[in-house]
Design a protein around this ligand. Structure first.
Ligand SMILES: [Zn+2]
Length: 122
């Protein structure tokens, strides 16, 4: 599952977009019916959102809690040779690399596939 961090809190992708600007929207306050559009800076009701194109594949980076320890708040990213987070064209590209590198599919469940283009600008 991919998603983003908003104020250090993980938000899974919802498969929905803003009806106005077409940006992906994220759950707001843990409610099934309430979504937030970071682009518009608004909280939306479900009817103000639309289904996301199922073929949408965001570019992603891969992170996990530091040392693989889930209570760590710090994240460590999968880095390239220059110590920059690797940006994958899709989650499946990243999963393939990880599996080829010897990770089990169970391990992937503990990793964060972060939608780089949709992350809030800080
Ligand atoms: Zn919007």
């Amino acid at each position: 599952m991919s998603g983003i961090f908003i104020k250090q809190e993980w938000h899974d992708t919802t498969g929905r977009i803003c009806g106005k600007c077409k940006s992906p929207v994220w759950r707001s306050g843990g409610s099934e019916e309430s979504f937030q559009c970071l682009n518009c800076g608004k909280v939306l009701k479900k009817f103000e959102t639309e289904d996301q194109d199922p073929s949408y594949r965001p570019r992603i980076t891969v992170a996990r809690r530091a040392g693989g320890i889930t209570i760590n708040t710090a994240l460590e990213f999968l880095l390239d040779d220059n110590e920059n987070p690797i940006v994958f064209e899709s989650q499946s590209d990243a999963e393939k690399l990880l599996l080829d590198a010897g990770y089990e599919s169970e391990d992937l469940g503990h990793m964060y596939f972060i939608e780089v283009d949709n992350e809030p600008k800080t």
